[in-house]
Design a protein around this ligand. Structure first.
Ligand code: GCU
Length: 731
């Protein structure tokens, strides 16, 4: 039977790299792991509860209500049982109270009450079914703390919210809230392989798969608790690059285990999704093609999909990476992306299923000598022309930027560029290019920038588009479905490539858990600030004094800016070790086939993406395009993404570009040192294992930042011949 390989090139860093590169990558990875292992003494069989530790807190008045929990209008179901279990656990841990669950209460109580609706009727009209049943309200009266919800998932989220209020030391009245999830879908995409490893995983192996089998155990449940507590409602458990055994996840080999996993997830309001191999009809169906318009292929999928939905309860649908980095897809047969997506969508529709189709389609065999082809253009070029051709249960999933999760990129022009097609945002909390969960890099500030970006799409209505009157034009309005009227159908939202693994602390660096927590919270409520989220996370995670929390929050809040300073400057990106993507290699990708170039010479650096260059800037609406087009108006942090700039160019600060490169790299290293030093002050104030974990990572981060600083500075000094005005060491 045919297996992967027939469709050619693989993704970056995967086995089809040259043998030499492969060994270098593996060697580097192994060395890094050894360095980490030596510094950590985690007992790997025990995993942490992270922000669900429920450590004891000073009671702000909640204890008086916590003796009885009344379920009013809710009957025992798996979700309600989860709610009860969590409430009991949280109240006991934090307040020392063991609540009684009853139909009515004698004195003060926590009442969980079913209501018809949480949001106002007008707001309700716009919401998806999901959002209606996931909303909650918390009210505090002298008699009761009331959690109101129209569905059991809302009741569960409301319970988590109350526990969070207690855990973060809120006063009673501050627990009051009315919360409607901002996004219908709030998803995690795990890139776990069935060979145990995780593509771009930096925290151990998979806890979903081991040696070709699916794992369902106590950790599955703790995983579901953790993600549900921050509002995640959908999870893809396997890598988008579906190969080997993973292709068989849609066969009888795995149905029982997947059904068991799905039931555990469902009890926490989470739907299970799978990534799909578009070539399944060939690889497991024995057909000789996977042409989406071929009758035999369609018939095969029809049977297969009936089987999958029949065997896995609460199954959500499929995520598909097609025609991307060597993965099979409709292009092979001269068909469009819409042909592929719609064929599958029609077949999952009777089961209420969704097809999430990724827009990460580009030419990964580019010639570096070619200045016209531009990887940044490819998403828009491949998908804009077919806007409106996708069926209503297809969602196009778009990475936040046009390249690949760099520390700084412009917003993807398909955001708001697509006006008649369901779309959702994909971000990456796995720190592939942002420090591998060794370097601290809290990503909520970046995600907030993405969500708050104005696309100006509403200024340019098109015939037959679905623009809602008075709709906002920010990315958060678009991906939630509010702008183009696809919120109601639930075909909208946010996804993150997950950063978890089977390390005891789940995320490698204890501090990286703030990104897992943060993504969930932010996708549930896009109005939260990065700092609020960081503070909540720190308070729930560390049982320590306010000053220590302040230190942790300050470290997190500054970490992205610091990382950006010591790595690639002003939006140019890359400069990382090829394949592995950690550590500096300025020319690592410069002469490669991946379309990721900085084009530095002795006079300047950057890629001309204006209309004189690749024309990428013109993919935006005019308000943005005009700015990007002109180096004098282009946001400076994206200057090198859009323009080739001389080293002597004066920035708004008065610094020349070359001096900015030197200054920011020296500063970035100093800031990293400052963070590490501030953290050292927490010795004895946070648990010893966390302290050791984080300070060990900081030592590695400093090595990394120093290499970046010196390599980048030396590289540009050697290219330009212009010395540092301040005469600091450059090599
Ligand atoms: C990046 C990443 C790959 C991944 C790909 C994707 O290129 O390096 O490992 O498969 O993104 O998003 O599909």
């Amino acid at each position: 039977m045919l297996r992967a390989g027939i469709f050619g090139m693989q993704q970056d860093g995967a086995p089809e790299e040259s043998e030499g590169k492969k060994c270098a990558w593996k060697g580097h990875k192994a060395r890094m792991q050894m360095r980490l292992d030596k510094r950590e003494e985690y007992v790997m069989s025990e995993w942490k509860q992270l922000w669900l530790q429920y450590h004891p807190v000073a009671d702000q008045g909640f204890g008086a209500y916590a003796g009885t929990v009344v379920l009013d209008g809710f009957v025992n179901t798996p979700v309600i049982n989860s709610l009860k279990e969590e409430a009991a656990r949280g109240l006991k841990g934090m307040l020392g109270t063991e609540p009684v669950f009853a139909d009515q209460a004698e004195g003060a109580c926590i009442r969980i009450r079913r209501v018809d609706a949480v949001a106002s009727a007008k707001a309700e009209e716009e919401l998806s079914e999901n959002q209606k049943t996931e909303s909650y309200r918390i009210l505090v009266t002298p008699e009761e703390i009331r959690i109101e919800a129209a569905g059991e998932k809302g009741a569960l989220y409301g319970t988590f919210a109350l526990l969070r209020a207690i855990g973060t030391g809120k006063a009673l009245q501050e627990a009051e809230t009315e919360t409607v999830p901002s996004n219908p879908l709030r998803m995690l995409n795990h890139w776990d392989n069935m060979t145990n490893d995780i593509e771009r995983g930096y925290s151990g192996d998979s806890f979903f798969f081991k040696d070709g089998t699916v794992i369902v155990d106590e950790r599955t449940k703790d995983y579901a608790r953790l993600v549900s507590s921050v509002g995640i409602n959908a999870v893809v458990i396997n890598n988008v690059n579906v190969k080997g055994d993973a292709t068989d996840l849609i066969t009888d080999r795995y149905f029982d285990k997947l059904a068991a996993m799905s039931e555990i997830f469902a009890a926490y309001g989470v739907s299970l999704y799978l990534s799909l191999n578009f070539a399944s009809p060939i690889e497991i169906g024995g057909l000789d093609n996977c042409d989406p318009l071929n009758e035999e292929v369609i018939a095969w999928w029809k049977g297969k999909i009936a089987e999958v939905f029949g065997r896995i309860p609460n199954f959500g649908g499929f995520l598909v990476k097609a025609d991307s980095e060597g993965r099979p897809g409709p292009f092979t047969y001269g068909r469009t992306q819409a042909d592929g997506a719609n064929m599958l969508a029609d077949l999952v529709k009777p089961y209420g299923g969704t097809i999430i189709w990724r827009c990460f389609v580009y030419n990964c065999t580019q010639d570096w000598r070619d200045y016209k082809t531009d990887r940044a253009r490819s998403g828009y070029d491949n998908f804009k022309a077919m806007d409106g051709d996708y069926h209503d249960n297809v969602i196009l999933q778009i990475k936040n930027g046009p390249m690949d999760f760099q520390i700084r990129e412009p917003i993807h022009p398909l955001m708001g560029g697509l006006r008649k097609t369901n779309q959702m945002l994909e971000v990456q909390i796995a720190q592939e290019y942002t420090g591998h969960q060794i370097d601290v890099c809290y990503l909520m500030p970046m995600f907030k920038e993405v969500l708050e970006y104005h696309t100006y799409c509403t200024n340019h209505p098109e015939e037959n588009d679905r623009q809602k009157e008075g709709a906002g034009d920010q990315v958060k309005d678009i991906v939630s479905g509010r702008t183009f009227g696809n919120q109601k159908s639930g075909m909208a939202g946010m996804a993150a490539v997950a950063n978890t693994g089977n390390d005891a602390n789940w995320t490698g660096n204890d501090l990286a858990a703030a990104n897992l927590y943060g993504f969930g919270r932010l996708s549930f409520d896009t109005e939260l600030s990065s700092e609020e989220i960081a503070r909540e996370w720190a308070q729930l995670t560390f049982d320590t004094d306010k000053e220590a929390i302040d230190v942790i929050v300050r470290i997190l809040m500054g970490s992205r800016a610091t990382y950006e300073k010591y790595t690639s400057p002003l939006g140019i990106g890359w400069m990382v070790t090829p394949g592995f993507h950690y550590g500096c290699s300025v020319d690592g990708y410069e002469y490669s086939r991946w379309g990721t170039y900085h084009r530095a010479d002795h006079l300047g650096i950057g890629v001309d993406r204006s209309s004189h260059g690749t024309g990428y800037a013109q993919q935006y609406y005019p308000e943005n395009a005009e700015q990007y087009e002109d180096p004098a108006r282009c946001p400076e942090n994206l200057l090198l993404f859009f323009h080739h700039i001389p080293y002597t160019w004066k920035l708004s600060s008065g610094q020349s570009l070359i001096q900015y490169i030197y200054d920011s790299h020296f500063e970035g290293y100093e800031e990293a040192e400052g963070m590490a030093k501030a953290f050292e002050g927490l010795k004895g104030r946070i648990p010893e294992d966390s302290f050791e974990n984080i300070s060990g990572r900081f030592r590695l981060q400093l090595d990394n930042a120093r290499e970046w600083r010196d390599q980048v500075n030396s590289y540009f000094y050697r290219k330009s011949g212009i010395p540092d005005e301040k005469g600091r060491p450059i090599y």
